[in-house]
Structure formats: C-alpha cells, structure tokens
Design a protein around this ligand. Structure first.
Ligand SMILES: NC(=O)c1ccc[n+]([C@@H]2O[C@H](COP(=O)([O-])OP(=O)(O)OC[C@H]3O[C@@H](n4cnc5c(N)ncnc54)[C@H](OP(=O)(O)O)[C@@H]3O)[C@@H](O)[C@H]2O)c1
Length: 312
C-alpha cells in the first residue's frame, strides 16, 4: 500500500496525541499538523474539527475528509467544501457509551427533581416531591441514530417509557417509534423529558423553539446534547419564565465557549456543561480513524460516510 499523507487541523484536539496514536496503528502514515503543510498537493486525507472556510478546498488531491466528532455540521459549514470528496464522521463505541451515561444521568436528575432540591437547599427549604415511577415518566429522544438509539436502549433498561423521533421509521424494542414531520406533534405531546440528539442540518436548526415547547406537557424538561443551534435561546428563556418548561440541561451552544456574560450561566433553571457529553478520545477514536484510512488505501467504502445532501 502506498503511504498516505494525513493533514490534521483542530484548535481543540491534541495534534501530538493523535499523531502518536495513529503512528502506532498506521505505520506508513505521514501525519502533518496543518501549520506544517508545505505541499498541499501531497495531502491525501484531512482529519479535522471546524476547518476554516476554504482550507479543505486548498488541498487539491484530497480523497477523504474525516471529522474529529460524530457531527459534521462544523465541516459542512464551509461553503467551499469540495463536494466530490467523501466525508466520514467519527463513530466510536466509547463515545456512544459516554453519551448514554451523560444522558441517563441528566434524565435521572430531572426525573428525581434534583435541580429543585438544589434550589431548596440554597433556601433551607424542607419539601418533599414524589416523582412518578420511571415506568410512568415519558422520555422522548429527538434523533434515534447511533447515539440516540443507544441512549433510548439505556433509558428503557432503567424502566422509563421511551419514545424516539427520526426521519425514517425504526423498530427498536421497548421504544415507541415516531417518524417524519407529521408525527412530531404526537411525539412532543408525550415528552415530559425531551432529549435532543439530532444532527444540525437545515431541517433541524431551531427545532427546540416556542412552537415545540408549546406542544410538550406543561413543566417538561429539555436536555440538549445535539448542537447549540438546535435551540432558539430566547424561546427557552420565555418558556422557563412562563413555567411551560421547568428545567433545561444544555451541553452545546452556538458560540463555544459560552460567553462570560451569557444569561444561561446564572439561570436558576438551566444547567450548563461545556460540551462534554461525549468527548473525542484519541486513545479509542484513533482505532476508528485508522480503520477508515486503511479503507481509503484499499479503495473500500466507509460505513459511516456522510450523505452530504442531507447534511448527516
Ligand atoms: N454533546 C456532545 O458531546 C456530542 C457528541 C457527539 C455527538 N453529538 C451530536 O449528536 C448528533 C447525533 O449523533 P449520531 O451519531 O447519533 O448521529 P446519527 O447516527 O446520524 O443519527 C441522527 C438521527 O437523527 C435523525 N434525523 C436527522 N435529521 C432528521 C430530521 N430532519 N427529522 C427527523 N429525524 C432526523 C436521523 O434519522 P434517520 O435514522 O431516519 O436517518 C437519526 O435517527 C451529532 O450530529 C452531534 O450533533 C454531540
């Protein structure tokens, strides 16, 4: 196999760790951090997170773009993305596992009224709330793909009454399936805790809006682990003010890091986490990337190739 040259570009992932991990797995690989690319024509593949507009288009012989995350909105935001180059996303079982832990933890927090007890403790208020049993708590997952499907299965295992919404119909044990735009109102009407695990595409941007919240049971909670732009921020604040929503857990934001003066930081009913639901870990993700590079070398297709037209 001819040696491959891989350009790496990210300001939030460690080039050194990635270079060392991939060197062990793909011995002939030439790993080039983006600052050291002296011959753009020599680059076969790019491994990146939020590449700046036009950078990928400046690599004339590119044959693969690999995302450093499960989502690819950060790549497709580049209006000059070379559409003929295959785009592959990162599907790492350990990231999926991390996501199931994060979401199960947050669903249990909302289900057991933990945020209310934190507020009560601050106010020295002794007041008991009796939650319904998990079997009577209806949780809805927007997006039942790689991550949403695993999250749904873990919530079913905890005993929750789980539904999922996707573009195409699913048949997952214990999960009520809702598919397509026409099924969204019925899905929302039963979602007391709503988890967003959609990819960010033109069809899903702004889906967590006033119209969505109004269709949910009064006092529902939301957990956004998809992307910041799924949420209409002012609509969330209004829904929390009015009591239509009771709590929100937000892991992703349109601008990251979340600006210091953002009202979410100090909001009583919002939990902010710094995009940590499922972090990319080079130790395990490099195994996935290495296999996808071998596929490139062998001319084989990639199971996790993105459909650029649908944006995920
Ligand atoms: N916070 C974090 O740390 C973190 C970490 C990793 C990922 N994420 C986010 O999680 C997202 C999901 O990851 P994944 O690996 O589970 O993606 P995935 O396997 O591609 O699944 C996406 C799901 O969303 C559904 N969907 C897409 N567009 C839709 C639409 N217009 N209407 C209804 N359903 C739609 C898909 O439906 P079909 O099954 O019918 O195609 C699929 O079920 C990523 O894109 C990323 O934004 C966040």
């Amino acid at each position: 196999m001819a040696p491959l040259t891989l350009a790496f570009r990210s300001t939030s992932d460690h080039a050194e760790k990635w270079g060392a991990a991939l060197a062990k797995l793909v011995p002939d690989l030439v790993f080039v951090p983006w600052q050291d690319v002296s011959d753009p024509a020599a680059i076969d593949a790019a491994l990146c997170w939020r590449p700046p507009e036009g950078w990928l288009a400046s690599l004339p012989n590119l044959r693969l773009v690999h995302s450093l995350g499960a989502g690819v909105d950060h790549v497709l935001a580049d209006r000059r993305y070379p559409a003929h180059v295959p785009l592959v996303r990162l599907v790492d079982p350990l990231m999926t596992r991390a996501m199931t832990e994060f979401v199960a933890f947050q669903v249990l927090r909302l289900h057991l009224k933990e945020p209310a007890y934190r507020r009560q403790q601050r106010d020295r208020l002794w007041q008991q709330h009796f939650p319904p049993s998990a079997a009577d708590r209806r949780v809805g997952i927007l997006g039942v793909g790689e991550m949403g499907g695993a999250v749904a299965a873990s919530l079913v295992a905890l005993g929750f009454d789980v539904a999922g919404w996707s573009r195409t119909p699913k048949d997952q044990p214990g999960v009520a399936c809702f598919a397509g735009d026409a099924a969204l109102p019925d899905f929302l009407a039963r979602s007391e805790i709503l988890v967003c695990l959609l990819p960010l595409t033109p069809a899903t941007e702004g889906i967590l809006s006033a119209a969505c919240f109004a269709q949910m049971p009064r006092g529902a909670g939301i957990i956004n682990v998809g992307r910041g732009r799924h949420l209409v921020e002012r609509d969330l604040l209004a829904a929390l003010d009015s009591g239509q929503l009771s709590e929100a857990v937000l892991d992703v934001f349109p601008t990251e890091p979340l600006p210091e003066d953002h009202p979410f930081w100090t909001h009583d009913r919002i939990v902010v986490t710094p995009h940590v639901a499922a972090l990319t870990n080079p130790a395990t993700a490099s195994l996935v990337v290495a296999e996808n590079l071998r596929r490139l070398a062998r001319g084989e297709p990639w199971p996790d190739r993105v459909d650029i037209a649908s944006g995920y």
